[in-house]
Design a protein around this ligand. Structure first.
Ligand SMILES: [Zn+2]
Length: 450
C-alpha cells in the first residue's frame, strides 16, 4: 500500500509538463522528498502522515529564479530610478563596502522575499557569497550561489575607468572555486561561477573561467548585453560583440546563462542557440531602465529562456506577466507565439534547464523532487477557474502563495516562513541598510526633496 509523507488533494495542478499540463482535482503524493504520485485521484488505498485538502487552490512547480543579487535589497526603491545597474552607479553604497554581518542580514531578506513568493531556487551572485550562502541556506530553499567574479577594479568602474588586474581575477575566481568545494556535497546547494560581464572580465581571465567551468562542470552566470556601456567597451577593446568574445574564450556552451540579453544581435542569438547557451530574461529590471531584451527574436532563434528578478523585487508571478505583455508590445499583436504557457515554461522548466537541473526540478512529475507552490486561488481576483494558468499569469501575485515545499519540506505555510522569524529578518536588514547608507542616505534625501 502506498505511503506518503504529505498528500495534497483536490487542487488544480499546473504541472509545466507538456504531456499533462493541468490536472483538476489532483492528488499529489510526496515521499522522501520526491513526487511519488500525481493523478486525478489518489490510489484506492494509501496511508499518509499528513493530508491537505486544497479545493480552489492551484499547485505549481517551484519557480526557478536564476539571477538574483539578494544583498542589493539595500538599494531598493532608489537604484531603479537612477538609470543604471547598481555596480556602475556612483553615489549609492557599493557591495564592496558591505561587511559580513550586513551581508548576512541583506541576503536573508532578498532570499526570504523570493521564497515567500514561490521561488524554490535562486541563482544568487554577489560579494560576500560565503556568509550570504550560510545565511540563505537557513531558509531551506535550493541555492545556486556564486561569488561575483571579475578582474576589473570595480572601485574605478563607477568613474568610467576599466582597469583589469590579474590579482583581482585570481582572488575572485579562487573564492568562487572555494565556495564550490565547500558546498559540493550539500543536497540543496549547487555553486555557479558568476563571471560578472564581458566588459568587467578580460579575455584572458574569461579563458580561465571557461577552464574552471569545464574542469568542475559548473554553470557560468554572466551579464550579457546588459548595457550600451558594455557593448561599447567590449567593441573598443576587441572589435567584437560580447557573445562573440564568449564564443572565442570557450564559454558559449550549454553551461552558460546570459543575463539580460538586451544588446544581442540576431547573429549573436543564432550562435547562442547553436551552442545551447541560455538567455536569462529580466523584463522588470530592463523595462524599469527603459529597455527590453528582444525576446521575440531570441525565441525565433530557438534560444532557451529563463526568467529572473535580479535586483527588482522577487515576485516571479508578476514577472511572468511582464515577460508576456512586453513581448506582445514588441510584436504589436497577440498570437500563438506568446501565451501564458510560454512564460510559465520560462519561469519553471526554462530555468531548470539553464541551471542544468531539468531532470530534477522545474515541473510536477512523478520521480522529480517535490518542489512545489500552493496558491490560494479562492480569492476574487483568481476566480472563476475557466483557464487557471491564464488567471495565474494575468492576475496572480506572489502574495497569493500560501505554501512552499522544497524536497518535501514545508518552508512556507499560511504565507509565513517556517524556519526563520520574518519580522527579525526584516528588522536586521533595515538596520544594516541604515548603516550602509549613512551620509549618502542623507545626501540622497536632500537631492530628491530639493
Ligand atoms: Zn544582475
Amino acid at each position: 500500500m502506498p505511503f506518503f509523507d504529505l498528500l495534497l488533494l483536490d487542487a488544480i495542478a499546473l504541472t509545466a509538463d507538456p504531456a499533462r499540463p493541468q490536472i483538476r482535482g489532483s492528488a499529489i503524493g510526496i515521499r522522501d522528498g520526491r513526487i511519488t504520485w500525481l493523478d486525478a485521484q489518489p490510489p484506492a488505498q494509501y496511508t499518509a502522515t499528513r493530508t491537505l485538502r486544497l479545493p480552489g487552490h492551484f499547485v505549481t512547480p517551484g519557480f526557478v529564479n536564476v539571477h538574483t543579487h539578494s544583498i542589493l535589497t539595500m538599494v531598493r526603491g532608489v537604484a531603479a530610478d537612477l538609470g543604471f545597474a547598481p555596480s556602475y552607479t556612483p553615489g549609492i553604497p557599493k557591495g564592496t563596502r558591505v561587511n559580513p554581518s550586513q551581508a548576512r542580514a541583506l541576503a536573508r531578506l532578498g532570499a526570504l522575499e523570493a521564497l515567500l513568493f514561490g521561488s524554490t531556487v535562486i541563482g544568487d551572485n554577489f560579494v560576500h557569497a560565503d556568509v550570504g550562502t550560510d545565511a540563505m541556506v537557513e531558509l531551506g530553499m535550493r541555492l545556486c550561489p556564486s561569488w561575483r567574479i571579475h578582474d576589473v577594479d570595480f572601485a574605478r568602474v563607477a568613474h568610467g575607468d576599466w582597469h583589469h588586474e590579474a590579482a583581482i581575477g585570481r582572488k575572485t575566481l579562487d573564492a568562487g572555486l572555494a565556495l564550490h568545494a565547500r558546498w559540493q556535497d550539500h543536497p540543496r546547494v549547487r555553486v555557479n561561477l558568476a563571471a560578472h560581464a564581458v566588459d568587467t572580465c578580460s579575455d584572458g581571465f574569461l579563458r580561465e573561467v571557461a577552464a574552471a567551468s569545464s574542469a568542475h562542470g559548473l554553470t557560468v552566470s554572466t551579464h550579457l548585453g546588459q548595457s550600451q556601456v558594455e557593448v561599447d567597451r567590449v567593441r573598443e577593446r576587441s572589435g567584437r560583440t560580447s557573445t562573440e568574445v564568449l564564443a572565442d574564450v570557450g564559454l558559449l556552451n550549454e553551461r552558460l546563462m546570459g543575463g539580460h540579453c538586451i544588446y544581442v544581435t540576431e547573429a549573436d542569438a543564432q550562435k547562442m542557440a547553436a551552442a545551447g547557451a541560455h538567455a536569462v530574461h529580466i523584463p522588470k529590471c530592463n523595462a524599469t531602465s527603459g529597455r527590453l531584451a528582444p525576446t521575440p527574436m531570441l525565441q525565433r532563434a530557438g534560444v532557451n529562456m529563463a526568467l529572473a528578478t535580479d535586483t527588482q523585487h522577487g515576485d516571479m508571478v508578476e514577472l511572468m506577466r511582464w515577460a508576456l505583455v512586453t513581448a506582445r508590445v514588441q510584436e504589436g499583436r497577440v498570437d500563438d507565439s506568446w501565451q501564458p504557457h510560454h512564460v510559465f515554461h520560462m519561469a519553471t522548466m526554462g530555468g531548470a534547464k539553464a541551471l542544468g537541473m531539468a531532470g530534477e526540478i522545474g515541473s510536477l512529475e512523478v520521480g522529480k523532487a517535490a518542489d512545489l507552490v500552493v496558491f490560494d486561488a479562492n480569492r476574487p481576483h483568481l476566480r472563476p477557474h475557466v483557464n487557471p494558468l491564464g488567471n495565474l499569469v494575468h492576475t496572480g501575485q506572489g502574495r497569493d502563495v500560501r505554501m512552499v515545499v522544497v524536497a518535501g519540506d514545508i518552508l512556507v505555510e499560511d504565507g509565513l516562513p517556517t524556519r526563520v522569524d520574518m519580522d527579525a529578518v526584516c528588522a536586521e536588514a533595515e538596520a544594516a541598510t541604515r548603516e550602509l547608507w549613512g551620509d549618502e542616505g542623507k545626501r540622497y534625501w536632500e537631492r530628491v526633496q530639493g
